[in-house]
Design a binder for this molecule. Structure first.
Ligand code: KG4
Ligand code: ZN
Length: 336
């Protein structure tokens, strides 16, 4: 089965081809980072307009690369939500138009399910599992007995983990998105110069809170002689990353213990973080749990994960009609 995936929920325009015989045949991503960097965050209207300009040429390019026509596909999977509504609508309208033109089945995918199933692009996933979903808009732990069954165990009370990286990076004068530069600079940092909060550790619930982190970082940064030295920035990055990784892994493994799972997984843009990947691997090994991180290209937004999720839905006999709507917010529901 050959599925075309379309992802336009935020600031990456992406199209991909998943072939059930050979895996991901192509994953094209057109990043809008340069466009939004100047504003220190994503400007929704600019994102929609850029998707509109980039999406169809990317689809053409992908089909040409594989000497395929639309009718050679078996289905189209498109991110229906959550995300920026204007950005989602560009992907959704395009997916519908292509499906109608070539008389192909269409399925709308929840963006978070895409992130979770990105793990299956490089390994056979083991179940039952607990998945830590950490992106620009989400921080949650999901219990997953099998593909298509999702039970949210808890999540953030305020900022998402990616937001915590992005906001603290901004305070340090680092570019947007802030996760990658913090990850890189943390490797040059020395431990112990700063102490940042790890709230709610004794809370019996699976909850995160990151809003206090940016205030704590701002207060520490203001105490230092200005401008900050490269070492100052690296040391702050080290401790910011450490505080976020501590909070995330403590809750993930608490949830894993509660559900007695066989595996843990990471999903979403923050899953690309070196510190989080290393710590999760270490803690999983201590407990005899299976863990292999998703490939970095499949952590941040991409259409390969959407195409693969589409393949799972089509294989289970699921598809949507042309009345499929986008949803800016909405929890990931069990569909099996
Ligand atoms: O999943 P994603 O690409 O988009 C959303 O669905 O939100 O996640 C984007 C987030 C951003 O906040 C970015 O700073 C973060 O993922 N991120 C990272 C790393 N790479 C991306 N955070 C920490 N370390 C990284 N290496
Ligand atoms: Zn995402």
């Amino acid at each position: 089965m050959k599925v075309l995936g379309i992802e336009t929920s935020c600031d990456d325009t992406s199209v991909a081809l998943f072939d059930s015989n050979s895996g991901v045949a192509e994953n094209l991503v057109s990043s809008q980072i340069q466009l939004h960097n100047h504003f220190g965050g994503v400007v929704p209207e600019l994102a929609s307009r850029a998707h509109l300009v980039n999406l169809l040429p990317l689809v053409d390019h992908l089909l040409e690369n594989h000497k395929m026509k639309l009718k050679d596909l078996d289905g189209i999977a498109v991110t229906a939500g959550p995300g920026l509504v204007g950005a989602l609508l560009v992907g959704l309208s395009t997916g519908k138009a292509l499906a109608m033109a070539a008389d192909l089945p269409l399925v709308g995918i929840h963006h978070i399910e895409g992130h979770i199933l990105a793990n299956a692009l490089t390994q056979d996933m083991t179940f039952p599992a607990c998945v830590l979903v950490v992106s620009g808009g989400h921080s949650e732990v999901i219990y997953m007995p099998e593909v298509g069954v999702y039970e949210k165990m808890g999540g953030t009370l305020d900022d998402a983990a990616g937001e915590a990286f992005d906001k603290t990076a901004k305070l340090l004068g680092l570019p947007y998105p802030g996760g990658p530069p913090i990850d890189r600079l943390a490797k040059e940092g020395t431990a112990g110069r700063f102490k940042f909060p790890r709230p709610l550790q004794k809370d019996p619930r699976i909850v995160f809170s990151f809003s206090g982190l940016k205030t704590a970082v701002r207060l520490e940064v203001e105490k230092l002689p200005q401008p900050l030295t490269e070492q100052d920035v690296a040391d702050v990055c080290y401790e910011v990353q450490n505080a976020i990784v501590d909070s995330l892994t403590q809750r993930l493994f608490k949830a894993a213990g509660m559900k007695n799972v066989k595996a843990v997984y990471l999903a979403g843009g923050v899953a690309a973080n070196s510190g989080l990947r290393e710590r999760t691997a270490m803690e999983a090994q201590k407990r005899g749990l299976h863990f292999l991180p998703p490939e970095r290209v499949y952590c941040t937004d991409n259409a390969a994960m959407i195409a693969y999720a589409g393949y799972c839905h089509f294989s289970a006999g699921r598809a949507d009609g042309l009345d499929l709507d986008s949803f800016p917010r909405g929890v990931l529901k069990t569909w099996k």
